[in-house]
Design a protein around this ligand. Structure first.
Ligand code: PMP
Length: 392
């Protein structure tokens, strides 16, 4: 049996030699601003739990009630026997929240991007994608027969050149992350939308890291820039700021109906359990009722970023609660992450191939849950580790 997997094991052994092999790190306590890992209590700076909603009492209560009333699972895909009233209600709520006509929930943000792109594009169409877009967008594009153009990251000259080359296709779809997950910068959406309108293209935004973070009550980048009604497709995740699991696309009734029939991950995978759906629905209420969570998130982000910069760290082009501490050298990036852990902070190092070679970074994400004392403690750990490694 083992012999059959030898070729895979060889690749893994090579990764171990290059120090790119990673073990999964189990949390021994619930997701929070502090977690226990390997028996040690550390400050969590690596989760996407932006607003601390993974542990929100209203959401947990909604999940418990949903299990009691509707059970642990749904037993079918949505299109056969697995649609509960609450699935449709969540979609109506998300559409209202995003100021769109309709929405459709997928099993994850990843499968939303895959499902949307693979369903709506054929060889008559062309997709124009930012070079730093998320893997799920890249994989979605790979599943289509559409023409492909990649533009330089957030570079509007490069986008315009791609749009000019794309003349003649039936549909031209520009796709971009709203907030880029490794750098924390925001896509220049007003410029992208202006070019799209000039060249008669559609725009799709993946707001995985902007929903619950940017815009009124966390409506995302489209709302943040006042572009409601001018972006054709908004994708979001229910797994980051929303704190649960899933993805959704917010757009028109036509797109919703089309994806119900042609969105393969939607069609062929069982629907979300009642607890997940009810917790997501309660999360939207929390966003509307507790805007102070988002204020706290941004206040924490300002405090932490300023602290890192005053210490002399390079935080790249971050504009959001994702703040990379750019180290460059890959081995040193891991050393910084390891030392931080020793000093009580969990912040993962991210290196090639997730980010370009030579741009290794420790990516930090503050949340609304962190106290100023915790953030100061984290800054002290960064100062100590950074000096020991001659980074600052
Ligand atoms: N898009 C982006 C930009 C992301 O960062 C992620 C999460 N890594 C996803 C999509 C996928 O979301 P999910 O975790 O819900 O599958």
């Amino acid at each position: 049996m083992k012999e059959a997997f030898r070729y895979l094991q060889e690749e893994l052994d090579e990764m171990k030699e290059k120090n790119t092999f990673r073990n999964l790190i189990p949390l021994e306590t619930k997701q929070s601003s502090r977690v226990n890992i390997h028996g040690k209590n550390v400050i969590q700076l690596s989760s996407n739990n932006y607003l601390g909603l993974t542990d929100h009492p209203k959401m947990k209560q909604a999940a418990i009630e949903a299990i009691e009333k509707f059970g642990a699972g749904t037993g079918s895909v949505r299109t056969i026997a697995g649609t509960l009233e609450m699935h449709n209600q969540l979609e109506e709520k998300l559409a209202d929240f995003k100021h769109t006509e309709a929405s459709l929930v997928f099993q994850s943000g990843f499968t939303t991007n895959q499902g949307v792109l693979s369903a709506i594009l054929s060889d008559q169409d062309v997709v124009i994608s930012d070079e730093l877009n998320h893997a799920s967008i890249i994989d979605g594009i790979r599943l289509t027969k559409a023409g492909r153009k990649i533009y330089k990251h957030a570079d509007m000259d490069s986008l315009e050149a791609a749009l000019k080359e794309a003349e003649g296709y039936r549909t031209k779809l520009i796709v971009t992350d709203g907030v880029f997950s490794m750098d924390g910068d925001i896509a220049p959406l007003p410029e992208i939308v202006a070019l799209a309108e000039q060249y008669d293209a559609m725009v799709m935004v993946d707001d995985a890291h902007a929903s619950g973070v940017l815009g009124k009550n966390g409506r995302g980048t489209v709302n943040h820039f006042g572009l409601d009604g001018r972006v054709h497709i908004q994708v979001g995740t229910l797994s980051k700021a929303i704190g649960v699991l899933g993805g959704y696309v917010a757009s028109t009734n036509t797109l919703r109906d089309y994806l119900i029939h042609k969105g393969r991950p939607f069609l062929f995978s069982t629907s979300h359990p009642p607890a997940v759906t009810a917790a997501c629905s309660a999360a939207i209420d929390v966003l509307l009722e507790e805007p102070e969570l988002i204020e706290k998130l941004w206040d924490n982000r300002a405090f932490f970023k300023k602290g890192l910069e005053e210490l002399g760290f390079n935080t790249g082009h971050s504009e959001t609660p994702i703040t990379p501490v750019v180290v460059g050298d890959e081995a040193k990036t891991h050393q910084l992450s390891d030392k931080l852990f020793e000093y009580g902070v969990f912040a993962q190092g991210i290196v090639f191939p997730t980010v370009p070679k030579g741009t290794g970074r420790v990516r930090t994400i503050v949340t609304a849950e962190h106290t100023k004392d915790e953030l100061q403690e984290a800054l002290d750990a960064f100062a100590k580790a950074g000096k020991e490694l001659n980074i600052i």
